[in-house]
Design a protein around this ligand. Structure first.
Ligand code: ADP
Length: 500
């Protein structure tokens, strides 16, 4: 689709769909019920493939395989070095299939093919390599005990992990969770989102080719309230790692609490502020703010959806934003000249449009966008509201789409207070050349990552996760390894003390 909404057939590449079944104990199998569900191409709303619909009984089988692989299999017992070597092979295979994998994420999730091929898939391979390198460097501490004792700690794999992942970054999310848990020696059941199951099944296939033993990685495709809920409440899963909405995060935590008290880590929603101060370069600031909300169609938990601009620069930034938004091309995600593809599905598309209508009704000023793009598929125009007030729904709730709420502020203290006035705490952006402002604001914002004069500056070595209702636990970096390990203390007397 070009920016005028017309379809360019030459750009529509649909790869052959090779894997559509559940992956349990190293085999692709049908769901026990025999049920399947359709995965939909958001460019046109048409079905791409029928995928096995896993449910509780299938989760039981997958957990059994993972349990066996953990309790008796080679993966947790082999040296970290040996695990790392197999993971390096997996990274190589992922990279070799970059084009096919990127195409799967495009037809499933509406993601830009060119970015998938050059960023998401190679980034996933780097992620695997990062943790492959860490696999033989996971060790505890020597303790300095206060009595005549010596002691040390061991970091041991937590056991069978349930990974429940969302649809906005099907590849990155898969490996953000799978790679560190593999490195420490865990086994796992992964449930990709129902909107984007295809690349996860391909990764299951590649894991087998790489030599990861059967039962270590199991992939159950299916729906949240059935397959997802069965994972969250399973008595034989030791750890649940969830990324998704705050609403579902609460449900999975409840399920963990009322089953076996499995450990939980949650990476949830956000309503991240971007604060632009008077001394900022207008062009740089407008560029950062626009990309902060339209990147990946706004379908990213750290989207900079609340933009606060200091009064001296406010009007100039608004003018620049309007110009830049006009040049942001919405269309077929296979077309390399396009900046933004369709939203992932009809449900998200409708939800975003309804927030936009809400913003109009609440009296915010619609600077640009505000409608669907084209007549087919789930495309939405980049939308910017100015003169937004903090209490408005569009300024408070996570929209998860290309919709910015822009507000004016006077003082630093005011900006900090308003930026923190949210239930979320995932990320924040600061645009200033003043080091005092940058330092003061970065220490005052309650959020897991602060980007100064940049945005979406993700790095494998940079931990990622939330404060407040954005969740807890950290993905990425060496921190992620601790999510998947227990600390065991081992203590022994140095010599026989009578009081021991
Ligand atoms: P979104 O609202 O953005 O689609 P969700 O939080 O609903 O995000 O989905 C994230 C992941 O959580 C998906 O894999 C989905 O299937 C799963 N999920 C949804 N509902 C439940 C549930 N009740 N229990 C466990 N997992 C769920």
């Amino acid at each position: 689709m070009a920016s005028n909404g017309s379809v360019n057939p030459s750009s529509m590449k649909i790869p052959e769909i090779k894997f559509t079944k559940l992956f349990i104990n190293g085999q692709f199998v049908d769901a026990i019920s025999g049920k399947t569900f359709e995965t939909i191409d958001p460019r046109n709303g048409e079905a791409v493939a029928k995928v096995a619909e896993g449910d509780k009984e299938d989760v039981d089988l997958a957990v059994k395989a993972a349990r066996q692989a953990f309790d008796h299999g080679p993966w947790p017992r082999m040296s970290g070095h040996a695990r790392g070597r197999i993971m390096l092979k997996l990274a190589e295979l992922v990279e070799q299939h970059a084009e096919e994998l990127a195409a799967l994420d495009t037809i499933d999730g509406g993601k830009l093919y060119s970015w998938g091929k050059t960023l998401d898939i190679p980034g996933a391979a780097s992620n695997i390599r990062y943790y492959a390198g860490a696999a033989d460097k996971i060790h505890g501490d020597t303790l300095k005990m206060s009595r005549d004792l010596q002691g040390y700690t061991l970091l041991e794999p937590v056991g069978v992990v349930g990974h429940i992942i969302p649809w906005n970054f099907p590849t990155n999310m898969f490996f953000m969770k799978v790679a560190p848990s593999l490195a420490v020696g865990c086994t796992m059941v992964v449930k990709p989102a129902e909107q984007t199951p295809l690349s996860a099944l391909f990764y299951a296939h590649l894991s087998k080719l790489a030599g990861i033993p059967d039962g270590v990685i199991n992939v159950i495709t299916g729906f949240g309230p059935t397959a997802g809920a069965a994972i969250a409440s399973h008595m034989d899963i030791d750890k649940l790692s969830f990324t998704g909405s705050t609403e579902v995060g609460r449900l999975v935590m409840q399920a963990a609490a009322t089953s076996n008290l499995k450990q939980v880590s949650l990476e949830l929603g956000g309503k991240s502020p971007v604060l632009i101060f008077d001394d900022a370069d207008v062009d740089v600031a407008a560029d950062l703010a626009l990309r902060g909300i339209v990147y990946n169609k706004g379908e990213i938990c750290v989207a900079g959806s609340r933009v606060f601009v200091q009064e001296g620069i406010h009007d100039a930034v608004v003018k620049k934003l309007a110009e830049k938004a006009k040049n942001w091309v919405v269309g077929d995600p296979f077309d390399p000249t396009v900046n933004q593809g369709p939203q992932v599905d009809k449900k998200q598309f409708d939800k975003i449009l309804s927030y936009i209508e809400h913003g109009k009704r609440e009296g915010a000023n619609l600077l640009c966008g505000g409608n669907r793009h084209g007549e087919k598929g789930y495309f939405i125009q980049p939308t910017i509201f100015t003169e937004v007030e903090d209490h408005m729904l569009i300024a408070r709730e996570e929209i998860f789409g290309p919709v910015m709420s822009l507000m004016k502020f006077k003082t630093i203290e005011e900006a900090i207070a308003r930026a923190n006035d949210t239930q979320y705490g995932l990320a924040a952006g600061i645009v200033t050349k003043n080091i005092d402002i940058a330092n003061t604001v970065s220490r005052s914002i309650r959020a897991g990552v602060i980007w100064i004069n940049c945005y979406f500056a993700f790095d494998l070595d940079c931990p990622y996760g939330g404060y407040k209702m954005s969740g807890f636990g950290r993905d990425l970096g060496m921190q992620a390894l601790y999510k998947y390990t227990h600390v065991k203390a081992v203590v022994t007397p140095i010599y026989n003390s009578p009081w021991l």
